[in-house]
Design a protein around this ligand. Structure first.
Ligand code: UGA
Length: 442
């Protein structure tokens, strides 16, 4: 950034906001991160990242040392400090509905706007239903003392948990939804080092920028459910979905990424984003256009149910009283996020059916305990497997891939494993005397 570089604020310091704040400071900007949760702010100010994200703690420490980054609970302070304000608050699924809950977005923008006394750009990064940005732009202008001087832009975020730093510093593309040349210039100034590396910038209107995000996540979810639908067909025919996916992937037009069959998608984004998209499209009377996303959601949920039934089959039908070792709780490896985690869902369903489930996850134990206190938690994978009738791999952590089937075989009651993520080598496990089952494989 140059001497004229804008000062940045990041409002909301969850996975997205904390990463964005730290990375922007690492790129050389002056950054103020803001959150309503004083506990979170205290931890961040003392140099602690409140969630698991590889590489982020080191980068936070560096940014704090540089003096360019600090955190506060005050939006008045943010309004005073910043030229460009990034909105990174959550948009969870509403209780009892598929719609996105925009209450955090509205609360944060309203409060910020009331303090904006000079020219500023408010940039939404949260995932919102299309049309939200235009409404927010009006609201911000009407509430801000600076009035027309305050503009709103939309800059969707595509980072993946587990690769958040890499994705923020070196994104595939930047999308700038703007309504004026000034807003575009401000955004370009706020991302100058990233753009300088040759990152493509797609400039759009507000609605298109909002939709890019929803469309991207819907496509990714569809790709996963497509291969999982093929897994269902494979199971009915004795075919092997793993081989099928491998063969499809050699066609560049299809590609192998996000074509990994298994227990399906979870997390704080894909499931709720497709549901919110269906809801929004129906409001706009174009529900038919995205009706297939309902099927994408259903296929995904059936993978969880099928995993539970595979475990039942292996245990002889009745889950009551059987001992299940559940390896994994987070929604994917390299994350402690358990939001809509297929792993915990399967574990909790088995428990509700009377099974005795012992869970181990390398980093998500605290979150899992809070969300599912009814389950039993183990000290490590072997401890979880001790005396188990069935072992089930639910999240493909590297340490689970490296388990020695003979060592685990020595502690279980029965050598039966369900590989929910196609993470293990069936030949190796079978050679060690295990009955190995995986979704969509003979
Ligand atoms: C996802 C998108 O990949 C990001 O681009 C997006 O920015 C983010 O949501 C968001 O909206 O914030 P994330 O939720 O971190 O990122 O996780 P992914 O790596 O996309 O994985 C999602 C789920 O799909 C996981 O449960 C994973 O196990 C599952 N998955 C992924 C599969 O079952 N098969 C695959 O081939 C790939």
């Amino acid at each position: 950034p140059t001497a004229a570089a804008p000062r940045l604020t990041v409002i909301g310091t969850g996975y997205l906001g904390a990463t964005h704040a730290v990375c922007m400071a690492a790129l050389g900007y002056e950054v103020l991160g803001v959150d309503v949760d004083p506990g979170k702010i205290e931890r961040l100010n003392s140099g602690e990242v409140p969630f698991y994200e590889p590489g982020l703690p080191e980068l936070l420490a560096k940014a704090m040392d540089s003096g360019r980054l600090r955190f506060s609970t005050s939006l008045a302070e943010a309004a005073d400090f910043g030229d460009v304000h990034f909105l990174c608050v959550g948009t969870p699924q509403q209780r009892g509905s598929n719609a996105a809950d925009l209450s955090f977005v509205h609360a944060a923008t309203d409060e910020l706007a009331r303090h904006l006394r000079r020219r500023a750009l408010v940039v939404g990064k949260s995932t919102v239903p299309v049309g939200t940005a235009a409404a927010l732009a009006d609201r911000v202008r009407s509430l801000a003392p600076a009035g027309e001087e305050v503009e709103l832009a939309w800059n969707p975020e595509f980072l993946r948990e587990g690769f958040a730093v890499e994705d923020t510093l070196h994104p595939d593309r930047l999308v700038f939804g703007v309504t004026s040349a000034w807003a575009e210039e401000r955004l370009r100034a706020a991302f100058a080092p990233v753009i300088g590396e040759g990152t493509p910038v797609v400039t759009t209107d507000l609605a298109t920028a909002e939709l890019v995000k929803t469309a991207a996540n819907s496509f990714l979810a569809t790709k996963i459910s497509y291969i999982n639908a093929m897994a269902e067909v494979c199971e009915a025919t004795g075919a092997d979905v793993q081989k099928l996916a491998e063969a499809l992937a050699y066609d560049d037009r299809i590609g192998g990424r996000f074509l990994r069959p298994g227990l399906g998608f979870g997390g704080g984004c894909l499931p709720k984003d497709i549901r919110a998209f269906i809801h929004r499209a129906e409001e706009l009377r174009v529900g038919q256009a995205v009706a297939f996303l309902r099927e994408v959601d259903e296929i995904n949920k059936r993978r969880r149910a099928r995993t539970v039934s595979l475990i039942r089959e292996l245990a002889g039908g009745d889950p009551a009283g059987i001992r299940v070792a559940a390896l994994g709780a987070s929604f994917k490896p390299d994350s402690d996020d358990i939001r809509d985690a297929p792993a915990l869902d399967v574990a909790a369903t088995l428990h509700a059916a009377g099974a005795r489930v012992r869970v181990f996850d390398p980093v998500a134990m605290d979150n899992a305990r809070r969300a599912c206190p009814q389950l039993d938690y183990a000290a490590d994978a072997l401890d979880a497997a001790a005396g188990a009738d069935v072992v089930v791999l639910l999240t493909e952590w590297t340490e689970f891939r490296e388990i020695d089937p003979a060592a685990m075989g020595a502690v279980v009651a029965h050598r039966r494993i369900v590989d929910g993520r196609h993470a293990l080598d069936p030949a190796q496990w079978r050679a060690a005397g295990w009955t190995y089952r995986a979704l969509g494989r003979p």
